[in-house]
Design a protein around this ligand. Structure first.
Ligand code: SAH
Length: 443
């Protein structure tokens, strides 16, 4: 979502004469788009601001100005604090306010003093964003993000998202379909439907009915040019029957799903306010596999949530071994200001968190490597969406989101090709060309 937001900010700024630069020394404006989900990410902002201020001061001495902006969830949660700790910042705005960038920049240039905008209306933002066009940053080769939902009403006791991104908001069906058709026209083959809690999507359709994500996926699959659909991030308790069946009915829906479980212990899941138990999660996976037998899963885990005992952690390991994940993100619990779990007095020591994280990650890495190795010898359709590090080299995505490297086939950029998988590594595969898919956009 942050990548998407950064891309859209670039789209907004382009008509004002801005273009992207990789070098802050060269920039008229620097925007730090920030994440508040864990303490480490939030603290990084202040050290990075110090670094940017040095550049800003140097430029000032040379007679040029650099606007320094902080965007995203740290800005939303700690706006005043940022201006206090870093008074040299010009602009602080939250994730629901970036459509106002042109006006905010004008205000910064006119006025002396900083501008703070942490207003919340997600709907207003979408109404004011420019349409996705050719050259839009939101389109990466043949793959694009499409936000369908924002915010979260679930209030997991560890999580800041409901406070930083606001309440759940679903974009209307017609707006999403217009954007999907536009993406298809622009040559996009893969869309990833985005939302903090994407599977709770309930958008208004023509006639006033409400559609869930399953229905929406069916409709997007009909859009000319769109061959692959993904969605993230899902909340397990909100996987409804329609969405589960869509996995069996819509071939364009890729057989890979990110389904955060967080813990395998019912006691901890309850304390997290997750609204699903470990067995419900197992049953959900069974239903998904029944609908789409080749589906593979990734997940998120938190170790060391307050009150987590060895036995609770063992339950997490048991679930991991039983379900099997081909990829995963795992974190030490990080107390976040304003969340209920941060106030609990049974916090787990750093030492224990470190130990548990290592055990969990060793198992998850092992599972990932086993899956990657099982792909060797198979032929997979790979969407070649990025140039590789060396000339001629390409990187694509398998149906399971594994990066697949391919040598010297630059002319196939944007195509879906069948690759024979030759090599598997911990985080990627390498393949060779089998037969070019007869897709009409092959360059
Ligand atoms: N909507 C998702 C959560 C997205 S936040 C869900 O329902 O599960 C992304 C991930 O960050 C979470 O899945 C969680 O694993 C991790 N995370 C969130 N808050 C955290 C915290 N306080 N400490 C450690 N990890 C956290």
């Amino acid at each position: 979502m942050n990548v998407y937001d950064s891309d859209r900010m670039t789209d907004i700024l382009r008509p004002l004469g801005f273009s992207l630069s990789n070098d802050p020394d060269d920039a008229d404006m620097v925007i730090l788009n920030t994440c508040h989900i864990r303490e480490k990410a939030a603290e990084k902002v202040y050290s990075e601001l110090g670094r940017m201020n040095k550049i800003k001061s140097r430029k000032k001495n040379q007679g040029s100005n650099m606007i320094l902006a902080v965007a995203g969830c740290v800005a939303q949660a700690e706006g005043d604090e940022i201006l206090r700790r870093a008074p040299f910042v010009d602009l602080v705005f939250g994730p629901q306010a970036y459509h106002d960038l042109p006006e905010m920049i004008a205000r910064v240039s006119r006025a002396k003093g900083a501008v703070l905008n942490t207003s919340f209306p997600a709907q207003v933002k979408f109404d004011h964003l420019p349409e996705v066009m050719l050259g839009s940053e939101a389109i990466n080769g043949a793959s694009a993000f499409l936000t369908v939902q924002e915010g979260c009403d679930k209030f997991c006791t560890f999580c800041v998202v409901p406070y930083t991104r606001g309440a759940e908001y679903s974009r209307p069906v017609s707006d999403i379909l217009v954007e999907a058709r536009r993406l298809g026209d622009l040559g996009v083959k893969e869309v990833t439907l985005l939302g903090q809690n994407v599977n709770s999507y309930h958008g208004v359709a023509i006639g006033g009915t409400e559609w869930g994500l399953g229905r929406l996926v069916h409709e997007i699959a009909e859009v000319e040019g769109i061959e692959r659909i993904r969605y993230m991030t899902s909340y397990p308790a909100d996987m409804d029957e329609e969405l589960i069946s869509a996995h069996g009915e819509v071939p364009a829906l890729m057989p890979f799903l990110h389904l955060p479980v967080q813990s395998g212990s019912d006691k901890i899941l309850k304390a997290m306010n997750r609204r699903h138990g470990a067995d419900q999660y197992r049953q959900l996976v069974e239903r998904l596999v029944k609908a789409r037998p080749d589906i593979a899963l990734s997940s998120d885990f938190i170790v060391g949530f307050p009150g987590e005992k060895d036995s609770d952690f063992d339950s997490t390991m048991k679930l991991v071994r039983e379900v099997g994940f081909i990829q995963a993100y795992s974190f030490k619990y990080s107390p976040r200001p304003g969340t209920p779990a941060a106030l609990l007095n049974n916090q787990v020591s750093e030492e224990v968190k470190t130990e548990r994280l290592k055990i969990l990650q060793d198992e998850l890495n092992k599972q990932q490597l086993v899956f990657n190795k099982s792909c060797v010898g198979r032929t997979m359709p790979v969407l070649l969406d990025r140039p590789g590090r060396f000339k001629g080299q390409m990187i694509g995505r398998s149906p399971y989101m594994q990066p697949v490297h391919l040598s010297a086939q630059e002319h196939l950029f944007g195509a879906i090709v069948n690759l024979h998988i030759d090599v598997a590594q911990a985080n990627s595969l390498a393949g060779s060309l089998e037969a070019v898919n007869q897709s009409k956009n092959v360059a």
